[in-house]
Design a protein. Structure first.
Length: 530
């Protein structure tokens, strides 16, 4: 066993590393838990602050601890961001009213479970806030009480907690005064709900920050601090997978809060409550998938729509259909800008799961945008970080089996694992088509290990009466019949077993398919190799 004194020194080092360059200091306590489990050492509880006074909020739900003098004395600010002497009572009174508003929103209205009690450690059964000088731009931190576990047997143990909050939000803070206080209360109290109700999945804390940061503009729509971190995501959107763990101090999860904003605008706050209820037993990716499937959709489908919402920001903003604050968001950064000529050219790249690459394609006065989204659920579930290849062939002229995007832009998107991708093209601000790779595997071997062809039917009203026709390269009818819908990786497919109407396996060659419902016909071609 490692001596307790050694552990304390180690954790002090983490405080310096994380508290100085992040908005929320909760991550350092999660890292304490992670290290203690990995190294099998005893976790030393951090002593609660000792401050001069405490008062209850008007609702009696919160106890606020504060100093009336010295370094931790709280203060209101002037319009220039300077402290107002002897204003600590005004600060505490403002804080108490904001906290009661947060409780009414997150507990009473949104339906989250209240944080568990701490057996009176702060002087009563109320939830405790400690007003302190934190410095370094740190807004606040939620401190789980690891010496008082509620579910010690679970890998995601649940803990009571208390919160430390900055005492003035003045000089050195990107958002100042009451707006910063509001953001911090909504954010940190949501962490208390998370660690007390759903427990600590310490390898997935990026999702805790996604959710807590998204809660800020949800509880207080006038507070826009979250946009400061969103810029990091939009500037590097093709390099930060939605479900990847922290990459650096600036990609802790705050910058991906826009995913939480997206979910709650589209489905309401209940969706976040339901995800956190699932997270009592499951990690974030699987919890999110389960909750979305219950809403007749999937992570894969919603991520591709999320990618589209992210395109409509800045000068393209549509705050009715997409994000409320879209005009304040920066334009996404393109993976590359491609000038097209008559000669066909190709982009051959790789992408990690739940990542979208955005391409700007210019041809003879037309400007098209290609959105390439990887939705590999199994990879996201394991957070393997694997990169998967894709290819886009394109030209300003028709030919070579390219799809028409506009009169001057033709393209064809190709991958080997079609079920995990979506390709969307946009022209003049409007979607021209959303091309899912038509079928897979292609080439197809009816006698092989994967003996069925899956035909993408996401754009068809696929029912048991949907008709499938297979023709040879000479346009002789090989097969016709109705198909049953099949769901695979969150998308709908029609299945063909590679046999003709007589039950014989078809021979090698090129074939065409037509999938028809009452309103739509999807067509494509594939090769059979036996």
């Amino acid at each position: 066993m490692v001596r307790a004194s050694s552990i304390i020194l180690l954790f002090v080092g983490f405080h310096v590393l994380f508290a100085q360059d992040e908005k929320c200091g909760t991550i350092k306590y999660v890292n304490q838990l992670r290290i203690s489990k990995e190294q099998q050492v005893d976790l030393v509880a951090e002593s609660r602050p000792v401050l001069h006074k405490s008062v209850l909020s008007p609702s009696g739900k919160f106890r606020i601890h504060f100093d009336t003098s010295g370094v931790h004395e709280s203060a209101m600010l002037t319009v220039t961001g300077n402290r107002i002497p002897n204003s600590y009572l005004q600060y505490v009174d403002t804080l108490s009213k904001i906290l009661d508003s947060v409780w009414r929103a997150e507990i009473d209205t949104y339906g989250f479970n209240a944080p568990p009690g701490d057996a009176g450690r702060g002087g009563g059964d109320e939830y405790d806030f400690y007003v302190m000088e934190l410095g370094g731009g740190l807004f606040g931190e939620t401190v789980p009480e690891y010496d008082y576990p509620l579910t010690p047997e679970k890998p995601n143990g649940q803990y009571p907690s208390y919160i430390r909050i900055e005492n003035d939000f003045g000089i050195g803070y990107r958002t100042k005064g009451i707006a910063a206080m509001m953001a911090t209360c909504a954010h940190e109290f949501h962490h208390a709900i998370q660690v007390g109700g759903s427990g600590v999945w310490f390898d997935d804390f990026y999702f805790y920050e996604i959710s807590a940061q998204a809660m800020e503009p949800t509880v207080f729509p006038s507070v826009k601090d979250y946009i400061n971190d969103l810029k990091t995501y939009y500037q590097d959107i093709s390099s930060i997978p939605l479900f990847q763990r922290r990459l650096s101090s600036i990609t802790a999860g705050y910058e991906r809060a826009i995913w939480g904003v997206f979910l709650m605008k589209k489905f309401g706050t209940d969706i976040m409550k339901d995800i956190w209820n699932e997270m009592r037993t499951l990690r974030p990716v699987q919890s999110s998938q389960n909750v979305l499937i219950k809403r007749s959709t999937s992570l894969q489908r919603e991520f591709t729509e999320f990618a589209l919402w992210n395109f409509y920001t800045d000068k393209r903003a549509d705050s009715i259909q997409y994000f409320d604050d879209a005009k304040r968001f920066p334009e996404i950064t393109y993976t590359s800008t491609v000038p097209l000529g008559v000669a066909e050219q190709s982009i051959d790249k790789t992408s990690k799961s739940f990542l979208t690459n955005y391409y700007r394609v210019v041809s003879k006065g037309d400007t098209a945008f290609f959105l390439v989204s990887n939705t590999n659920y199994n990879d996201a579930l394991n957070i393997s970080g694997q990169a998967f290849p894709y290819s886009i062939r394109m030209s300003s002229m028709a030919g070579n089996d390219l799809d028409k995007i506009s009169s001057n832009v033709f393209a064809r998107f190709s991958v080997s694992d079609a079920q995990n991708w979506k390709f969307t093209s946009i022209l003049h601000g409007s979607i021209t088509q959303q091309i899912n790779v038509s079928c897979f595997p292609n080439p197809f071997n009816p006698g092989g290990k994967n003996g069925s062809l899956l035909i993408n039917a996401d754009n068809v009203n696929l029912t048991s009466s949907t008709e499938l026709y297979i023709y040879s390269s000479a346009m002789d009818l090989v097969y016709s019949g109705t198909v049953q819908p099949t769901l695979f990786s969150g998308k709908r497919f029609a299945v063909w077993n590679g046999r003709d109407n007589k039950g014989n396996i078809v021979s090698s060659g090129v074939y065409f398919y037509f999938l028809k419902d009452q309103e739509t016909t999807i067509r494509g071609k594939f090769a059979v190799i036996r």
